[in-house]
Ligand binder design. Structure first.
Ligand code: NOJ
Length: 574
């Protein structure tokens, strides 16, 4: 998985540059504020606190019209499955009109549905059907940039004196010619593209087809606020806010400092510290403003911000210091970083979150549409599915809102393109073969053992691996020991247990290779033991008498305090 890892690191590039933002140390919080936020055992907590979210990548979930691309009616069709699985909410990645250069993250119309995915009526039906099953629906909002085909950019590009020129970020060339600064894009060495007609450059943190919106322009902010209102009024339960670390860049056109390391992917360009282009304080303020807008609607709608940070301290400014500013739930990607299945590294990250966030609500994430599938990210000593269950138990028993990525519950694998001609994600073509792009983790959901895995009657937009013949929802539902049934049981236990949803978490030191923690709520205590080692371990534990869930053996009563764990064994105990 070397190549996939290279891409994964590419997305973490920004983390290296998170200097520049004033980070509030945890200790500086007023005592009352921390107590107020320490709502781990607060039963009046909003629905999203501790809820289980399931990410749906609509292109790949379920096709209903035979074009080989998933659609909104397809999601509606599969809601019964999601209800059976036991998730509380789904997050649907962009389905808006888009040229699909970045597969929907290049939006050319913010308040409509791309015909490939259906219609607004399909969306309304999806919301109604999901709500009928008590499943909330979160949608993505891309604030940082639009598509270069969006009418706003087409107009802005029409000339230097266009009334919308200032809706995007333009600059004259540097004095000696060439891009105004050395600022790098996430996907390519330069974040500036020359607009030949006007002789000016425009800035894009991602692909050139994704020009950055100028969020210093109040008209732009107001237009985006209207976008939020549009979807709130259609009944969404919240938003996942894309790429919020990039919202603002410095108005002083100064170069970012260069680092010694090279960008992953093989273009021989140095990495840079994004001090002028990421995590600017203006971004947090804008998020606070959006929070106020969302909070004015009834029903505890939630704002979830997407930014990769090096540590939990990097998340604090997203919450802001007041009880109502900042977003509700900044994505916490701390579990994404360890590249090895190492109990000490995971423990360190969980400890960081606990100590730094001090009870502020958080998320836990292991997979998404930008990272290789979780079963491929770690060595597993030939025990891929046992490790998949071990990671699932960790994700579903930590103290926050877990995010599942579609297909992880059946152990879907990363299926990389075989040749450059097959690559759909542009970054994979640019950096082939060192980095094959993100297609591998976006292949269609595997529903059954028929041709195309029950995803489509047409030709799927990405190939389905042959392993889908056995690794699919239908087959695994019929197999009691499967990874799918393990996820479902963990979700069932979590749903039924105030301890797992709301209990306080305490890390336990039982063995360096065994990640262990206690969850406690009122008089009830659960303990989680996760053996990250590829060899047996024995740990000693008092006060628990029952195994509720285990990835190696059947649940049972415990006869002794000395618990023998098989390699990669995961146990939930009471
Ligand atoms: C983060 C999204 O998850 C990713 O898929 C996308 O390419 C970038 N933001 C740009 O929108």
């Amino acid at each position: 998985m070397e190549t996939a890892r290279a891409l994964w690191r590419l997305f973490l590039v920004g983390v290296l540059g998170c200097g520049g933002a004033p980070l509030a140390p945890a200790e500086s919080l007023p005592r009352e504020a921390s107590a107020e936020r320490s709502s781990a055992s607060n039963t009046d907590a909003p629905w999203w606190q501790g809820a289980v979210f399931y990410e749906v990548y609509p292109r790949s979930f379920q096709d209903t019209d035979g074009d080989g691309i998933g659609d909104l009616p397809g999601i509606t069709e599969r809601l019964d499955y999601l209800e059976w699985l036991g998730v509380d909410a789904i997050w649907i990645t962009p389905f808006y009109p888009s040229p699909q250069v970045d597969f929907g993250y290049d939006v050319s119309g913010y308040t409509d549905v791309d015909p490939t995915f259906g219609t607004l009526e399909d969306f309304d039906r999806l919301i109604a059907e999901a709500h009928g099953r008590h499943i909330r629906v979160i949608v993505d909002v891309v604030l940082n940039h639009s598509s270069d085909q969006h009418p706003w950019f087409v107009e802005a590009r029409s000339g230097r004196d266009s009334p919308r020129r200032d809706w995007y970020v333009w600059s004259d060339p540097a004095t000696g010619g060439g891009p105004p600064t050395n600022w790098a894009s996430i996907f390519e060495p330069s974040a500036w593209t020359l607009d030949e007609r006007s002789g000016q450059y425009y800035y894009h943190a991602f692909y050139p087809e994704q020009p950055d919106l100028n969020l210093r322009n109040p008209e732009v902010v107001s237009a985006l606020e209207d976008v939020l209102r549009f979807w709130l009024e259609r009944g969404v339960d919240g938003f996942r806010l894309d790429a919020v670390a990039h919202l603002f860049e410095s108005i002083e056109l100064e170069d970012n400092p260069l680092l010694d390391a090279l960008r992953p992917g093989g273009d021989e360009e140095p990495l840079q510290e994004h001090v002028h282009t990421m995590f600017l304080p203006e971004g947090y303020r804008l998020l606070g403003r959006l929070r106020r807008l969302v909070d004015a609607y009834p029903g505890d709608r939630v704002l979830i911000s997407e930014a990769y940070t090096e540590d939990a301290a990097g998340l604090l400014p997203f919450y802001d210091d007041g009880p109502t500013d900042g977003v509700h739930l900044p994505f916490n990607f701390l579990l994404m970083a360890p590249e090895a299945l190492s109990a000490p590294r995971f423990r360190e990250r969980i400890r960081d979150a606990s100590e730094t966030l001090q009870g502020r609500p958080t998320t836990w994430v292991l997979g998404n549409h930008d990272q290789p599938r979780i079963v491929d990210r770690f060595d597993h000593g030939g025990e891929r599915l046992r490790v998949a269950k071990l990671l699932a138990l960790m994700l579903l028993t930590l103290d926050g809102a877990p995010f599942l990525y579609y297909g992880d519950e059946i152990g879907m694998v990363t299926t990389e393109p075989q040749s450059i001609e097959d690559v759909r994600d542009p970054v994979g073509r640019r950096y082939w073969p060192e980095n094959k792009g993100r297609d591998g983790e976006r292949t269609p959901m595997q529903w059954d053992g028929t041709l195309h895995a029950g995803f489509t009657d047409g030709t799927p937009w990405l190939p389905i691996p042959t392993s889908a013949a056995g690794r699919n929802v239908k087959a695994l539902r019929a197999s009691p020991g499967s990874v799918l049934m393990f996820y479902r049981r963990a979700l069932e236990l979590r749903g039924a247990s105030p301890v797992l949803r709301r209990g306080a978490l305490t890390l336990l030191d039982v063995d360096p290779e065994v990640l262990a923690y206690r969850r406690q709520h009122e008089a009830e205590t659960y303990v989680v033991l996760l053996n990250f080692a590829d060899e047996p371990r024995t740990v000693s534990l008092e006060g628990v008498s029952e195994v509720l869930l285990d990835n190696v053996r059947e649940p049972s009563r415990l006869e002794t305090a000395a618990i023998q764990l098989a390699p990669y064994e995961a146990m939930l105990l009471r």
